[in-house]
Write a protein that binds this ligand. Structure first.
Ligand SMILES: *Cc1c(COP(=O)(O)O)cnc(C)c1O
Length: 363
């Protein structure tokens, strides 16, 4: 019934979903233990005063930071929390002493709102060439380009918001470092989803997606030996949320992060195999791309409104997905796509229902 051998365990740790929740790329479903850790701290704050309560959980927060730091390949002291991934990027760009009119190179899958942050600061943005129709960065071309010119930094979405393509971040970091160029990685869709120890100088992400922590918690880690230390931690904090994220990270580590990543990759592949060739919907990733984000281009002639209607239709049938519009990846596409992002509790029946629904909506 579950696609993954971890499905039953993942399912049993959570409330029964109201529908087939294939939308972890928007927000994953937190476990009961995560919700309990958050509410326990809210009670503690009310009983003891929020600042005493925070002191009482300081050791736990320190342990949580160590766990999360290990997952993203940074030292504990390099990790800071913000309220979202975007807030983390903004804090980084505010505190990092970059030259006026900096140059940043990005991949085709760059997240649209990140481009807005760069534009707002007057950065010159250049798009890296891709190696294939899917949009993986062409690392040989990058190596070549870096011999002639060095941007102030590379900014790479490990996985974007509109495609399951996983960028070869470790290789990109190696090449960039050979040329003395720092690399910043947006891990909003990668943390808890794919291996994230990459050697990058700065990484940031969010709690609520694949890590299935609460909303309202983001994180950023800045490697001490690559950049001057930047003070990023916010003074006000959703301490309960940080504790909830800590529990979520521990759950992933308890299962074994490599096992989680392997199973999510298998879930992505099973989803693509099942939906490939249904009516005139087109799976946009390589079938075996090692991620659980699956995007489908609609039949020819469909407009963005039609896709939103399709998403609403699926929801009415008890299936939650996202109609992803091109603002999410404006360098990559002008076409809206249907985005499925199942987590470890994906069931075969869910895929059958999606396939049936797509068949009746395609032509
Ligand atoms: C969701 C997302 C973000 C933004 O995360 P927030 O926590 O909502 O700020 C950034 N980059 C990518 C690729 C995303 O998918």
């Amino acid at each position: 019934m579950y696609v993954s051998e971890l499905g039953e365990q993942w399912h049993a740790a959570r409330v029964q979903p109201a529908f087939a929740h294939l939308d972890s790329a928007a927000a994953g479903r937190s476990s009961d233990a995560v919700i309990e850790a958050i509410s326990a701290h809210l009670w503690r704050e009310s009983a003891r005063g929020s600042y005493i309560a925070a002191e009482e959980v300081a050791d736990e927060i320190a342990r949580d930071k160590r766990d999360l730091a290990s997952l993203i390949g940074h030292a504990t002291g390099e990790l800071a929390f913000r309220e979202s991934a975007r807030a983390a990027l903004r804090a980084l760009l505010t505190h990092w002493q970059l030259p006026i009119a900096s140059t940043v190179w990005v991949a085709k899958n760059e997240f649209g709102p990140n481009l807005v942050e760069f534009e707002r600061r007057g950065f010159a943005v250049r798009t890296l060439p891709d190696a294939d129709v899917y949009g993986h960065v062409d690392v040989d071309a990058l190596e070549n380009m870096l011999q002639f010119e060095q941007p102030d930094f590379l900014h790479i979405c490990h996985i974007g918001s509109m495609s399951g393509v996983v960028q070869p971040v470790s290789r990109i970091v190696e090449i960039a470092h050979d040329a003395g160029v720092p690399v910043v990685v947006d891990m909003a869709q990668a943390a808890g989803h794919v291996p994230t120890v990459t050697g990058a100088d700065v990484v940031y992400g969010t709690s609520r997606k694949w890590l299935t922590g609460p909303r309202g918690v983001g994180f950023v880690a800045v490697r001490r030996d690559s950049l001057r230390p930047v003070e990023i931690d916010s003074s006000e904090a959703f301490v309960a949320g940080r504790l909830g994220l800590g529990v979520a990270v521990r759950e992933v580590l308890a299962i074994g992060q490599q096992r989680v990543f392997r199973e999510l990759a298998a879930i992505g592949q099973a989803t693509r195999e099942r939906l490939h060739g249904i009516a005139s919907w087109e799976v946009l990733e390589p079938i075996d791309e090692p991620s659980a984000i699956v995007t489908l281009a609609p039949p020819p002639g469909w407009q963005a409104e039609d896709l939103i209607a399709a998403r609403d239709k699926l929801l009415s049938l008890g299936i939650l997905v996202t109609a992803a519009e091109p603002w999410r990846a404006p360098l990559a596409t002008e076409q809206a796509v249907l985005r499925l992002s199942p987590h470890l509790d994906l069931r075969r029946e869910d895929l059958d229902r999606v396939a049936d629904a797509l068949r009746t909506m395609g032509y």
